[in-house]
Design a protein around this ligand. Structure first.
Ligand SMILES: Cc1ncc(COP(=O)(O)O)c(C=O)c1O
Length: 423
């Protein structure tokens, strides 16, 4: 018998991919499924990126490259964060990897020891905890509250720094997946004031840096504040802004010793990111601004339509997201009425509500217990498919005999203790 490690046995994988596999299996069997579970884009990768990637393959840029990334791409990425976010970075502050996600692991491995305390605002991206588990670091979970518009509160950080036995890191993710909250500059300044000069480091996960919708809101990176680049590893990806999720490319910005340490970790794992993919990403940064802005405007319209459509459905409460391409409605009233957990409700919409048609989305508890009673919908489908999903939901919620049958078949998804509803 194969003896798997306790790390792997306990590892919780990202549920969006599990639900995606289920949705694809149902589609393969002929079911019509609107896929709003995964945070992906319905648009093609931006044109300069595609052209540069193809050209780089034709030019045989298909061998190994430096573990830290191609020098010209690192320089381009540094110019980008200087110009867009005011982060005082040079090429030496940039390290390249396969998306934003690998930097969770690299940050943990480069900076944390067993039992180090790491503050995470929750609901939270599901791979944060598994990546801390790799090194035995200790997540300290604190809720983000809808009354604060899902913004991070400095008091929570202050309490963590004061009371935790070994406070070592703070993980921020704004614009925030799944709630759509956006940190204001003042929030980040207050946090920076608490951290500056200490040995605490910040992982700032910023995949949605171009998705801020509020009229006066804009994206701020804590790494741009005075002295804070020395305290931060800020992670960026091409998955969302340039519709390049399948290329697997991103980069992070931080102080040179940390960047070099991450380069060493990459040397011992992935070796490097594919050079032709880096050339594609560089072209995206340098030539695809117009398409990026067009895509962002389309995402904004989709999010607004999805929020407005969900808000019309009885029992659903929506706080329209200030950023990201997710809507995270409160469905506690519906869960309580149907006797299903929010994860159960999501699976009911996919599998149980209808034989021919389903909607794939995620239960909020995929993002930790703080997300229970919510659903997360992405905007990963064309507009007309989002409309079909919106039309289906109230009908699905009213099919009480199908709900009862689904609950009988899946007793683990039944809700035994009603959620507390906020009036
Ligand atoms: C908060 C957050 N971090 C990291 C990632 C991973 O990004 P990538 O697929 O580019 O690695 C995502 C993707 O959905 C995300 O939402």
């Amino acid at each position: 018998m194969i003896h798997l490690s306790s790390l792997v046995r306990d590892l919780k994988a990202e549920s969006a991919f599990t639900v995606l596999a289920l949705a694809r299996a149902l589609k393969a069997k002929g079911k019509d499924v609107v896929e709003l579970e995964i945070g992906d884009s319905p648009f093609p990768s931006t044109p300069a990126a595609k052209a540069a990637g193809i050209a780089a393959i034709e030019a045989n840029q298909t061998g190994y490259g430096p573990s830290l990334g191609l020098p010209e791409f690192r320089a381009s990425a540094a110019r980008f964060v200087v110009e867009e976010f005011g982060i005082p970075a040079g090429a030496e502050n940039v390290v390249v990897a396969s998306g934003a996600k690998p930097f969770e692991q690299y940050f943990a491995e480069a900076l944390l020891e067993p039992d180090d305390g790491v503050l995470i605002f929750s609901p939270h991206f599901p791979t944060y905890e598994p990546n801390l588990a790799r090194v035995g670091a200790r997540p300290v979970i604190e809720p983000l509250r809808s009354v604060d518009s899902f913004r991070p509160r400095a008091e929570v950080v202050a309490r963590f720094l004061k009371t935790d036995a070994r406070p070592r890191a703070i993980w921020l993710n704004f614009p925030h997946n799944p709630t759509g909250g956006v940190a204001e500059r003042a929030d980040l300044e207050a946090i920076a004031d608490l951290v500056r000069g200490s040995d605490v480091m910040i992982f700032s996960d910023e995949p949605y840096c171009h998705m801020v919708w509020g009229e006066h809101a804009r994206h701020h990176s804590i790494a741009s504040l005075p002295g804070m680049l020395d305290h931060t590893l800020a992670a960026y990806t091409f998955s969302k802004s340039y519709s390049m999720s399948g290329w697997r490319i991103g980069f992070a910005v931080g102080p040179v010793p940390l960047v070099e340490a991450v380069g060493k970790l990459i040397n011992t794992t992935a070796s490097c990111s594919p050079p032709f993919v880096q050339k594609a990403a560089q072209a995206a940064l340098e030539h695809d601004l117009e398409t990026r802005e067009l895509y962002m405007a389309r995402f904004q319209r989709k999010v607004e339509r999805l929020s407005a459509g969900l808000a019309q459905i009885e029992g659903i409460k929506v706080m329209p997201p200030v950023g990201t391409f997710y809507v995270f409605p409160d469905v506690r009233a519906i869960c309580n009425r149907l006797g299903l957990t929010s994860h159960g409700l999501a699976l009911y919409l996919l599998e149980g509500a209808d034989d021919q048609f389903g909607v794939a989305c995620l239960g909020g508890e995929c993002f930790g217990q703080a997300g229970a009673g919510f659903l997360r919908f992405s905007c990963a489908e064309p507009d007309e498919r989002i409309e079909q999903a919106l039309a289906f939901l109230p009908d699905a919620f009213s099919r009480t005999s199908r709900v009862a049958a689904f609950r009988r078949e899946h007793p683990a998804l039944a809700l035994h203790q009603p959620y507390l509803e906020v009036i």
